[in-house]
Design a protein around this ligand. Structure first.
Ligand code: NAD
Length: 302
């Protein structure tokens, strides 16, 4: 008996990498899975029906899955992906918004199309796939659904050469925070994942940083994400919502969310001289806070 028997899941960008591993794991726990992927290159160009291979793998292991090749970047694509779940399995309980591309360039060299395509696949893609699902949840009063969104340290910390990707990934964390409030009434949890794994998207970057890559090592490969994402879809995770879970190098962590950590009050309109002192104090508090958090985040044995 799997933990997700009877559940229906959609995983976008599930033809390879993190999405594929997640689709296989969800199916292993008994979920019926829509394997969406347009099968393009890392920059979003081209397309092949690689979703079929994942469907075959799930079926040959005794699971149930169906392929979909729509692009998450189109509003109609999001609707078709949702409709695939309804037509094939008669419902939907879980959405993993995972599809992604890269167009890394500094803003000096970035063309309008590099900006638009990355925002369209990541940020608008989350909207396109989530909108029909949440409408369905409200119309049918379907309770206990799950939405998992894929952010990145590039958006949460920032990264050189990724203003388009970083903006989209930070936007996805914001999308999660607001949506988690809207979906609470339906006991639908909404969480963000911050992944780190060697996939075709990152292997060259890891190698360029001088590190060896072994995708068969679970602590490096995309397979480390699959059980964590799957756990968030289980009944045991019903109280876990509006969180950012970080998974990398065999660790599972939780990220802090934006919050005011110190403040000062003035009785009169702030003077620049006052601010010379106050902002200096705030920045000092932030540095101390960051170093305490960094110490606390050192991995412990589970
Ligand atoms: N690998 C990492 O370390 C890492 C780090 C941070 C964030 N992420 C995010 O995790 C997600 C998965 O990345 P991955 O590393 O597995 O990359 P990947 O390139 O291996 O897989 C991404 C999949 O998305 C598909 N895809 C791209 N555009 C699509 C579209 N418009 N519609 C449908 N499918 C589309 C691709 O065909 C591909 O199969 C992405 O959102 C990525 O930004 C990954």
């Amino acid at each position: 008996m799997g933990r997700l028997n009877g559940k229906i899941a959609v995983v976008t960008g599930a033809g390879r990498g993190i999405g594929k591993e997640t689709a296989l794991f969800l199916a292993g726990e008994g979920a019926k899975v829509v394997v969406n992927d347009l099968g393009g290159n890392t920059d979003g160009t081209g397309g092949t029906q690689i979703a079929d291979e994942v469907v075959e793998e799930i079926k040959s292991a005794g699971g149930d899955a169906v392929a979909n090749y729509d692009s998450v970047s189109e509003f109609a694509g999001g609707q078709n992906i949702f409709q695939t779940a309804i037509d094939a399995f008669g419902g939907m309980d879980i959405l993993i918004n995972n599809a992604g591309i890269l167009r890394d360039k500094t803003l000096f060299n970035m063309e309008e199309n590099d900006w638009d395509q990355v925002i369209a696949v990541h940020l608008k893609g989350h909207f396109n796939c989530t909108k029909p699902f949440v409408s369905y949840i409200r119309e049918t009063n379907r309770m206990d659904c799950r939405i998992i969104n894929m952010s990145s340290v590039s958006g949460l910390y920032g990264n050189f050469g990724q203003t388009n990707y970083g903006a989209a990934k930070a936007g996805i964390a914001g999308f999660t925070r607001s949506l988690s409030f809207e979906m609470a009434k339906y006991k639908c949890t909404v969480n963000t994942i911050s992944p780190g794994a060697a996939t075709r998207m990152t292997i060259d970057l890891i190698k360029a940083a001088g590190r060896d890559v072994d995708v068969n090592d679970w602590k490096q490969g995309p397979q480390q994400l699959a059980p964590v994402i799957t756990w968030l879809c289980c009944d045991e995770a019903s109280d876990v919502t509006n969180q950012i879970i970080h998974v990398q190098n065999g660790t599972v962590g939780i990220m802090q969310q934006p919050a005011v950590i110190e403040s000062f009050l003035s009785e009169e309109l702030w003077s620049l001289d006052q601010l010379d002192r106050v902002i200096g104090n705030l920045v000092e508090t932030k540095k101390n806070h960051d170093s305490e958090v960094q110490k606390k985040a050192e991995p412990k044995k589970s």
